[in-house]
Design a protein around this ligand. Sequence first.
Ligand SMILES: Cc1ncc(COP(=O)(O)O)c(C=O)c1O
Length: 644
Amino acid sequence: MTVFVPPVEKPISSKNVWNSSKNNEMFWIHGWGENYFDINEKGHIIVRPDRNGPTFDLYEMVQSLVQRGIDPPILFRFDGIIKDRIQRLCASFDGAIREFNYQNHYRPAFPIKVNQQKHVVDVIRNAGKDFLLGLEVGSKPELVGVLSIHNTDGALLLCNGYKDAEYIELALLSRKIGRRSIIIVEQFYELNLVLEIASKLGIDAEIGFRMKPSSKGSGIWATSGGDMAKFGLNIHEIIMGVEILKKAGKDHWLKLLHFHIGSQITSIVSIKKALREATRMYTELAKLCPSMSFFDTGGGLGVDYDGTRTSSDSSMNYSMEEYARDIVYAVGSACDEAHIPHPVIVSESGRAIVAHSSVLVTEVIDVAPILGPVGEMGPPPGNHELLGEMLNLYQTVTPKTCHEVLNDAYDLRHNILEQFIQGNISLAERGYAESAFRHLLARIRQLSKELKYVPSDIEKLDEKLLKMYFCNFSVFQSLPDSWAIKQLFPVMPIHRLNEEPKVRATIVDLTCDSDGKIDRFVHPKESAKYIHLHELDKTPYYLGIFLVGAYQETLGGLHNLFGDTNAVHIDMDEAGNWVFKHEIEGNSMSEVLRYVQYDSADLIERLRLSIEKALKEGRLTNEESAQLKKRFKEALEHYTYLVV
Ligand SMILES: Cc1ncc(COP(=O)(O)O)c(C=O)c1O
């Protein structure tokens, strides 16, 4: 009897001890973690919200939440990380201001589009109070959302985005209740509208101009800058705008110059280039309108998602401190040269403030090899000669012949499929052939390690031999940028990190969409097509997806009607212990159905009618009808994700 022996995967480490430096090599946590994340002696991920102080055990927090009935997927929001990011941002600018003897202040403004969740905005507002942190809104609904709550005296309320009369009226009227709204004119038509409405209301406005810089950013959002950018005034419009203001006798309303060359600017050179253009524009405008007093650099400060410190799309080749120094120096020296006062420097940094603060924890629900299971193999069922050939290839392949055998194997597999279609090979025989094929590929890949030069066809086998880890989450809901723009997010197990993870895997989500997967992973050198994970045992296995605090919640969609996940805010009490500050239940099925106009009461009534009919026709017992109705009603109120 011939038995296939599945090839043993070579362990990554020959030693038994699996330690934190090996984890770091594998998951690169010290690269992207910025000291907020690390691994403790129990092999659990720990979170250190202020980078130096107390740590929280993420795995223990998950266990505690599960005991309380809050199931994964769970979004953890670490309020302390938000506070630390704001402090670090302000300290970076304050340091640069001292270093270059800059004669004015820095004011951060959080663009709420990056994370509009009320609890998050509240944490940011409170953490930013001492720094007079402002808010930036990019639409009328965003303005309505924060107008009444943004009550830090003197903090800016920057009004960006397309505007209509209602938007402008609200922004102006908010000044009457103490909001320092600055209406940033992005489209030329807005200027006349502001003048008209302000005069009607009898309210003095403060106005900013958003310039369209010729300089582009770098990275995925580079087209937010440059001549073809969607927003902003061109030179001609800015000159005309000043004339219109002067003619109306309102040029003293012009206070701010804004520019934005895109989010996640990956290269500092692009920032320096844009600064040269924008500072020159500022000084020219300030000469025309001495009321100018704010230089707003927009967003763009990056996040090093892959920890490589490079200008790759998911990284940045500069630090927060370098960013601040370059801005302060550029603005200060340009103003000195032009003999005009230093303005307040504003940045609308969103991603850099919130990305690190959220971690999504999901549970693995199943594992499957991409090419199907291998299991124990006996002799071929039946005696079809093609199966014998596949077996022969497996038994005789050597390092020297492995490339040739690979080609033969693909050909043979194709022929077996043809024979199956024609009805000459049974289902059992085809199943055997597929399994034998997978064994053969694995053997070829293993033997190829003895070769000096490994052909790329054979290297690519790694992808075919991976396992898929099915996880309880939706990429479309929780990680839309991973799907839409292939952005990297660090992913790793949050426990069992003192055991070597030996399984090469990709991650797939619950949606019935082949794009619902993660198949690019953070790696010290370049992104990897797989991640190492542990074999499942009897205990739940949890993965963390990190740095998801910026944009993901807002952009997430309801594909397959998977809704918002459960979310918790974690903070520290006086004794340095973690506390769950807020628990926000994820969407129930009735909630997501309501988004798409299904009314729960109507659904229940329709079910009742179907039940009545089935009862009448004797297809259902009274007990079954009660059970169905009960189950259905309960399901409507349950979480949209799997209960594992
Ligand atoms: C006008 C404006 N300000 C600020 C931001 C936030 O950018 P970031 O998250 O890169 O800081 C954006 C986002 O693209 C933006 O369009």
